[in-house]
Design a binder for this molecule. Sequence first.
Ligand code: NI
Length: 248
Amino acid sequence: MRLDLSTWIEVEAYLRRCDGIIVPTGSTEQHGPIGLIGTDTLCARAIAEGAGDIADALVAPDIGYTPAPFNMAFPGTLSVSLETFSALVREVIEGLASHGFGHIYLLNGHGANLEPLKAIAADIVSDIATTAKIRIRSWWDFEPVNLIRTELYGDWEGMHATPSEVAITQAAHRIIEDPGLAPPEKLSAGFIKTHAGDRHGQPDDHRRQFPDGRVGSHSSLAKPEHGHRLLAAASEAVAQDYAAFVRN
Ligand code: NI
């Protein structure tokens, strides 16, 4: 059930039986030659809606303008500052809480959002501006999802423009014809460790190092049928986690 497609009468009725809501967070950034600019947001949105259907949860509009400064050398990427993102998320949470949403579940699709989201949640809780509880999960946090990612792609999942996220957007939206991409450069264990959470450098350097935008991810392995499997598994896992969250 989508908040933006609901009336206030319906939201008021919902709040009488449940105070939970799922808020998808993503990004607006390049995802390689066959990945859509909105990939992170589109994945979080599709999974949030799937989970919402299973768990009878309301899903808020996406937060898709987020920090992705390292991708700004690729056309189409839109990055906002940490301050802007933090203020936006904070005000959305405070707005939801003011209406009586007591369990706010942030479903994330962009690695670089995680640290700021955790900081905002800690800040809001310590502020006692609200008694709302906040849970932050990325859609790849769940074991059933990761078993499928590993089974389908192994190390070729990589770090950015991953075949799993491309597959989900293929299932949910559109397929970009593959121009015959060669596998990307393999990432070293050291690189993966030091760049976790999307810690990449200056935009021009990043594009020089990864000219087509893929970071160790063999996006061409993606297939829409994989996307349907991933969507189903992730929606189920998020629905269960959300239901447990709302119960306490
Ligand atoms: Ni992504």
